[in-house]
Design a protein around this ligand. Structure first.
Ligand code: SF4
Length: 325
């Protein structure tokens, strides 16, 4: 357990998207993308958010940064509620909270040189002399492994891994405290993935950063995260210290996900659990446990009643009726 204090506290976060229909384009229903999500991230900690595509993990990350407005809940950053901030106050706060995207090419303006891409956030948030600007750009580009002569090049002149280095440099140049890294290595070759993960980990130490690391890849999340949350249909169904959750998964969904990945320790090898059916429609979530249609251990109570979070071991929680006393 980390001795660092809590940086971010997300409480009962909800994000719904309206489904519009009819001539007047009125809301005829809502997609429940994020449903009652709560977790904390401490200073210098990485919290991994993992789950299948469409489970709401990216929407959770973007809602925390208020790039998407929450429908309900609280987002406390250093104790102050981000949802209570006006546009201008939020813009200033965003200096401390950055996003690294999956596709660095789409997020970097192709008409800007690397130098301009790195200068732009500094000029937005600080008033610096030309000398200070140059110092900051050189420091950050060196920190991510770019040579000074590469600063005059354009994004298309770099490989995918190098473009992600530029994207990370741009996100970190204003020295934020918190970064949402949304599938930052998914678009990269496996050989490059570990370089970028190691870069993120060394920058975390150097800059004392906290990460919300979003990925569908359970091995990647295990490598980088101190704690982890497993998402299903907009909810975190299990969370805890990463090694504890990976070694002793308590929720049948987590057990099924983990049974599908090759184990690094043969002693952990388990029988693969196959899940039948598809993820339910988030516009029409099922009554009771959101996983009950696919759960191999479903009971009658699961079809009627939403399970509450129960403590499995200190700091390890799962929402499943099997854990009821
Ligand atoms: Fe399965 Fe029931 Fe647990 Fe849901 S509450 S995961 S349906 S056993």
């Amino acid at each position: 357990m980390s001795e660092h204090s809590v940086l971010l506290e997300v409480q009962n976060l909800k994000t719904y998207f309206p489904i519009r229909g009819g001539l007047m384009r009125k809301a005829v229903g809502y997609v429940h993308a994020v449903e009652d999500v709560s977790f904390t991230i401490r200073e210098q900690e990485t919290f991994g958010l993992v789950g299948e595509s469409g489970c709401g993990k990216s929407t959770t990350g973007r809602t925390i940064l208020r790039l998407i407005e929450p429908t309900g809940g609280q987002i406390l950053f250093q104790g102050s509620d981000l949802c209570a901030l006006g546009q201008e106050a939020m813009r200033r706060r965003r200096r401390d909270m950055q996003l690294v995207f999956q596709d660095p090419y789409a997020s970097l303006n192709p008409r800007m040189t690397v130098r301009r891409l790195l200068e732009e956030p500094l000029l937005t948030h600080f008033s610096l002399s030309p000398k200070e600007l140059e110092e900051q750009v050189l420091w950050m580009s060196a920190a991510v492994g770019l040579a000074p002569e590469q600063l005059e090049r354009y994004p298309h002149q770099f490989s995918g891994g190098q473009r992600q280095r530029i994207s990370i440099a741009r996100a970190l140049i204003c020295k934020p405290k918190f970064v949402v890294a949304d599938e930052p290595v998914s678009a990269l070759d496996v050989s490059i993935q570990s370089q970028i993960l190691n870069l993120l980990m060394s920058l975390q130490k150097e800059l004392k950063l906290s990460y919300l690391f979003i990925s569908h890849d359970l091995n990647v999340v295990r490598h980088i995260s101190n704690r982890v949350g497993i998402m299903y249909l907009g909810r975190i169904v299990e969370q805890g210290e990463t090694e504890e959750v990976y070694r002793h998964p308590a929720h049948p969904y987590t057990q099924a996900l983990l049974s599908a990945i090759p184990k690094r320790d043969p002693a952990e090898e388990k029988v693969r659990i196959h899940l039948d059916g598809d993820v339910p429609n988030p516009a029409d979530p099922p009554k009771g446990c959101p996983f009950h249609d696919r759960c191999p251990r479903c009971m009658e109570v699961c079809r009627q009643t939403l399970p509450a979070d129960r403590q499995v071991s200190p700091g390890h929680f799962a929402a499943c009726h099997l854990l009821a006393p």
